[in-house]
Structure formats: structure tokens, C-alpha cells
Design a protein around this ligand. Structure first.
Ligand code: GLU
Length: 602
């Protein structure tokens, strides 16, 4: 099919001067040692804003906005570009959650693009022959963990509901990027290195991501013509190519019989069938909503625990006048509120089609007030703290349910992008293939990795006497932590943000919101601030800079920290009081993110 470039005809070099990353255009296929495009963590201006982890994806989103596309169009286009340049975090083989503020209606809506379990998957799917839960790594690198991809239908749904472009038009930028290539940076090389061993186990993965049998070199140009052809197929045939067509057949075959490299040890086979793909839906869902300091905070409802856990913790925090407290007191309170939120998340949140999630109670002020009485302003509660009882009957200080602990390992996978347009539409979109590198299994000749999202199910109940909301079941969506978030002030958008990082997504979003909204920290600085993540465990994860700055004082209050290199990689957009937009990304984490606006300055 001849490619159409209509979206880009209105784009002039001048419009993007200063925001388009230098170097991309000069990066001809085969060139070596091209400098990776410049990354900019802050951009201020008008006409629309895009923040992603990647300069090419940000450029693609800005091009769509500059050509008259809206935030939904630009979000899909940027996501398709991330499928190329962030293939270990995002792509058509995965899923995600999309939160949208529609300026025309003033409403916030969401699209649930979460992967689903095959019909053949039972509650003990991740229990081994010995009766023990499978080792996590064995489950990750397997066909078994592959759920029905939700991302293609999410893109189509978003465009149908909110966008102005066709899927074919929205894919153009990503297709071009896949054909022409992106410049390999240190982050991509390192992510490949971290996955090298398991990528070598699958012939098509090694062929694609270890070109010539070696790690891609920093400064080389990485092309993915197979993915360009996959995008062309989706553009020509629509997402049916995946859900009922030839691409779907190949996905199913690949999950069922992972294409091992010669001599590689076998992996567990997948249960996915074509009927699972045909039955897939990406439903619109009501967002979660809490009021916080007079603002409205909207997030993603179950099957993500992002909105409910951020929302509950904010409600708990609202009982403290954080703006008046010293920084260490704020952080102490944040850590305690987060632990409480996680206790309830672990006890009550799963796919709402399979488990009765008491969402309204979890997000009620009365429940939060009851939970808040477990927060001592000076001393950390012993962890894990017990789950509450969100039954609508609340007293001053409650009887609590059993303690819950968040076990699972959390990696720095996934990607979040934030877009706003000149009309005031806002998209907060988190997408993932779960682990960095997903299942490690590439669909032969299709240029994308399959997810391992089903490892987000709880493999076996921690406490067999309590109901476990997140066990596998046929067609079920595993509980997520993704927390794309939109904040309104007087009904108008104030800011939007999100992050990768598994369950640390929730704490990253929460900590950044507290820093921005309560402490008045500039959004870029709030994103850059050192992070800690208390997920109701005896020890909270914390970045070294956090431990250096606050570790001694917080430890004296009873907190314990384990150092981790990095937590999250957030992006956000803020509507400034003077009418301009601020796009915000990481300054350092994951090599820095990429913020851009259509017209800088203003
Ligand atoms: N699968 C994770 C979730 O849905 C996201 C993956 C990650 O960020 O590590 O919460």
C-alpha cells in the first residue's frame, strides 16, 4: 500500500525548530556513531505539549499536534513510535490504560486495554508440578505468561471515541521511524544487554535485537522493517488483522510454540487461542475520582489498582496539613499513607468482572478517615500494616483485617506518555509489555515482542483463609498498578502525569502529586526529586539520593529502606496560570525523558 503522508504536510520546519531533536533526520540507515537525539526534560509554550521517555516519540506526537491532530491522535501516534524506539516497554504485543480529558464535554473517560487471560487458564496456572508457585523468571520467559494484546484495540478505540485521525494516519510516524530507524542510546543498549541471555533463547528475538549476533552499538541506527510492515498491515486491514486475522494466528502460534533458538532450553507453552483474541474487548470505564485540596484527581479504575490506591492514599493524606509541615514530616506521612493504600489494594483489588471490588468505599472520605488514624505523625507503623474493612461502617479507630504484603518483584519496565493539545484535551497513557523485554518472545517476521502480562496475577494466595482477588481465571485481566492520572481545577485541566515501574508506579505518581500540589514544587523538579516506594513491606525501596537526604531522619522514626538504583520514569504536562503549557520529563532517570511543545515560548 502506498504510504500516505497527509498528516505531516502542514508541518513546517520552523514550527518544530527548537523542539525537534537534532540528529534524527541525519541518521540514515547504516550510519554508525550518530549522536543520539538531544533529550529535553522541560518545554514551555503553546499549541500543545507532549512528554514521553523518547525524543523520536515526542517528535512524532508534536508533528501530529502541529498538523492539527488532537491529544488523542498525538497520543496514539506517539505510542506507535514508542513501539519502535521503546520496544522492550511498549508495542502492539502488550496492553495499557488510557485516561482522557475531553475539553468539549469536560469529562474524563478511560479506555481499558489490559491483556486478558486465555479461556484455558485456571487459578493454578502458575503453580508448578510440585505444587509450588512457579519461579518468577520461569513464568516471565514463557508462552504461558502471554495475554491477549490490548494495545491495537486501545489505539482504535481511542481514535474512534476521541480522535480525528484514522488508524492508518496515526501509525504513519511510527511506521516511518521503524523504516528509517532510531539512534541507539545507552539506555537501549543496556536494556538489550540486561535481556541478552533470554533474547538468545528465541531465534526471532536474537535476530531482531542482537543484530549480527551482538548488542546494538550506541550511535548506530536501529531499523525494524518487520514492524513497519506490521504497522502497514494494521493500517490496511485494521486491528482485525490481529484479533481475527493472519497476524492473530501468528501471535497464537508463537505463544503456543515459542520459537526457540537451536539448542535453547524449552520454555512453558502458552494457552492462548484464536478465540481469545476474537473475544477481546477494550472497554471504556468510569475513571476513579477523588477530591484533593479542592482539586479533582482522576485515575484508572480496576483492573488497575492505580486510581484506587493513589486515590485512597490522597484521601488519607488530606487529613494532614502537609503544606505546613517540614519536608521530612511530609515524606513520613506519604510513606505511611502509601502503605495503607497498598494494604487495601492487595486485599481488595482485582478484575471487577471477577471480584467484588469495594471501589466506592475504598475511595470514600469516611474510610480514609478511619485508615488515617493508623498514621502516627512521628512514628512509622510496623509493616505490613493490616488491610482495612471498607464496609461502609466506620468508627474512630477500627478493627482491622489481616495484614497484607506486596510480594512481587518490580522492574523499571513500561512507559508513560502525556499529551495536551491547544483545545485543552489531555491524554495520560501508560502502556507496557510488563517486564522490560516482555516475555522475550518476538513474533517471527513481525518485529514486536509479546507481553508477559499474566505474571501480574497472584500465583498462589498468600493467606489461603482470605479471598485473593487476583488469581488467574479464564478471560480475566491481571491486576495492574498503572496510574495514568489527570487533575482538574474548577473543571479545567491542571496537570496530568504517570510513570512506569510496576507497583512503584503508584508511589511515583503519589509522591510527585504531593510534591507538586502540597509543597508547590515545580513539576519538572517534582519528577526529578529522589523517590522512595513504601508498598506495605518491612522495607521501602528508595533511591540512593533519597536515602542520603532523608534516610537518617526517617530511619529514626522507624522506617527502613533498601537502596534501588532508580524508581519510575515519569512524564507530565501542566497548564500554567498564564495559559501556556509545561511539558515535563525526567532529567536523569532512564537516560532522561523528552518534553516538547508545538510552539516554544509564547
Ligand atoms: N505490568 C505492570 C502493571 O500493570 C506494569 C509493568 C511495569 O511497569 O513494571 O502494573
Amino acid at each position: 500500500m502506498p504510504r500516505r503522508r497527509t498528516v505531516f504536510t502542514a508541518l513546517t520546519a520552523a514550527v518544530l525548530a527548537g523542539v525537534a531533536p537534532a540528529g534524527t533526520a541525519a541518521a540514515a540507515p547504516g550510519d554508525a556513531a550518530v549522536p543520539p537525539p538531544e533529550k529535553v526534560p522541560r518545554a514551555v509554550g503553546t499549541g500543545g505539549a507532549v512528554a514521553t521517555v523518547d525524543p523520536d516519540a515526542t517528535r512524532v506526537g508534536l508533528e501530529v499536534l502541529a498538523a492539527g491532530g488532537n491529544a488523542a491522535d498525538a497520543a496514539v501516534a506517539a505510542a506507535a513510535a514508542l513501539g519502535v524506539s521503546e520496544p522492550y516497554s511498549a508495542g502492539v504485543g502488550g496492553g495499557g490504560f488510557f485516561v482522557y480529558y475531553d475539553a468539549a464535554t469536560g469529562e474524563v473517560t478511560t479506555v481499558d486495554g489490559r491483556e486478558t487471560a486465555p479461556q484455558a487458564m485456571g487459578a493454578d496456572a502458575f503453580v508448578g508440578e510440585d505444587g509450588e508457585p512457579l519461579p518468577f523468571e520461569e513464568a516471565v520467559t514463557s508462552g504461558l505468561s502471554v495475554g491477549t494484546p490490548g494495545t491495537p484495540l486501545t489505539w482504535q478505540r481511542v481514535l474512534d471515541e476521541f480522535g480525528t485521525l484514522s488508524l492508518a494516519e496515526a501509525l504513519e510516524g511510527g511506521t516511518e521511524l521503524a523504516e528509517e530507524g532510531f539512534v541507539v542510546d545507552e539506555t537501549f543498549r543496556q536494556q538489550t544487554a540486561d535481556n541478552e541471555e533470554r533474547f538468545r533463547r528465541f531465534a526471532p528475538t536474537a535476530e531482531l535485537f542482537l543484530p549480527g549476533g551482538a548488542l546494538p552499538e550506541v550511535g548506530s541506527v536501529f531499523r525494524n522493517p518487520d514492524l513497519a510492515r506490521t504497522y502497514d498491515l494494521l493500517a490496511a486491514d485494521g486491528v482485525e488483522a490481529l484479533y481475527t486475522g493472519e497476524l492473530g494466528e501468528e501471535v497464537v502460534r508463537t505463544a503456543q510454540e515459542p520459537p526457540l533458538a537451536e539448542g535453547a532450553a524449552p520454555v512453558r507453552a502458552g494457552l492462548l487461542e484464536e478465540s481469545d483474541l476474537a473475544a477481546y474487548e477494550a472497554p471504556m470505564r468510569e475513571p476513579t475520582r477523588v477530591e484533593y485540596r479542592g482539586l479533582e484527581v482522576y485515575g484508572m479504575a480496576p483492573p488497575s489498582s492505580g486510581g484506587s490506591t493513589v486515590g485512597e492514599a490522597l484521601n488519607v493524606l488530606e487529613g494532614s496539613d502537609l503544606a505546613a509541615l517540614p519536608e521530612v514530616d511530609v515524606l513520613h506521612t506519604y510513606l505511611e499513607a502509601s502503605a495503607l493504600g497498598f494494604a487495601d489494594r492487595n486485599a481488595y483489588v482485582g478484575d471487577p468482572a471477577y471480584t467484588q471490588v469495594p471501589l466506592a468505599e475504598l475511595l470514600s472520605d469516611a474510610f480514609a478517615a478511619e485508615r488515617a488514624c493508623l498514621v502516627d505523625p512521628q512514628r512509622a507503623a510496623p509493616k505490613p500494616v493490616p488491610a482495612g474493612v471498607p464496609d461502609g461502617e466506620y468508627g474512630p479507630c477500627p478493627a482491622a483485617a489481616a495484614a497484607t504484603d506486596d510480594g512481587g518483584p518490580e522492574g523499571p519496565s513500561t512507559t508513560h506518555l502525556t499529551v495536551a493539545d491547544a483545545e485543552g484535551n489531555v491524554a495520560a497513557y501508560t502502556l507496557t509489555i510488563e517486564q522490560t523485554g516482555g516475555s522475550g518472545i518476538t513474533v517471527p517476521d513481525r518485529g514486536f515482542l509479546l507481553n508477559n502480562e499474566l505474571t501480574d496475577f497472584t500465583f498462589a494466595p498468600a493467606d489461603p483463609t482470605r479471598p485473593e482477588p487476583n488469581l488467574p481465571a479464564p478471560g480475566k485481566r491481571p491486576r495492574s498498578s498503572m496510574a495514568p492520572t489527570v487533575v482538574l481545577q474548577d473543571g479545567e485541566p491542571l496537570l496530568a502525569l504517570g510513570s512506569p515501574g510496576g507497583a512503584t508506579i503508584i508511589t511515583t505518581v503519589l509522591q510527585t502529586l504531593v510534591d507538586r500540589l502540597d509543597r508547590g514544587t515545580d513539576l519538572v523538579d517534582a519528577i526529578a526529586a529522589p523517590r522512595a516506594s513504601q508498598r506495605n513491606a518491612a522495607t521501602a525501596d528508595a533511591e540512593p539520593a533519597f536515602i542520603d537526604a532523608y534516610g537518617a531522619e526517617l530511619t529514626a522514626r522507624g522506617h527502613a529502606f533498601a537502596a534501588v538504583d532508580e524508581i519510575g520514569a515519569a512524564t507530565g504536562v501542566e497548564f500554567l496560570p498564564d495559559g501556556r503549557l509545561l511539558a515535563a520529563a525526567e532529567t536523569v532517570r532512564r537516560g532522561g525523558g523528552s518534553a516538547g511543545v508545538v510552539q516554544p515560548g509564547g
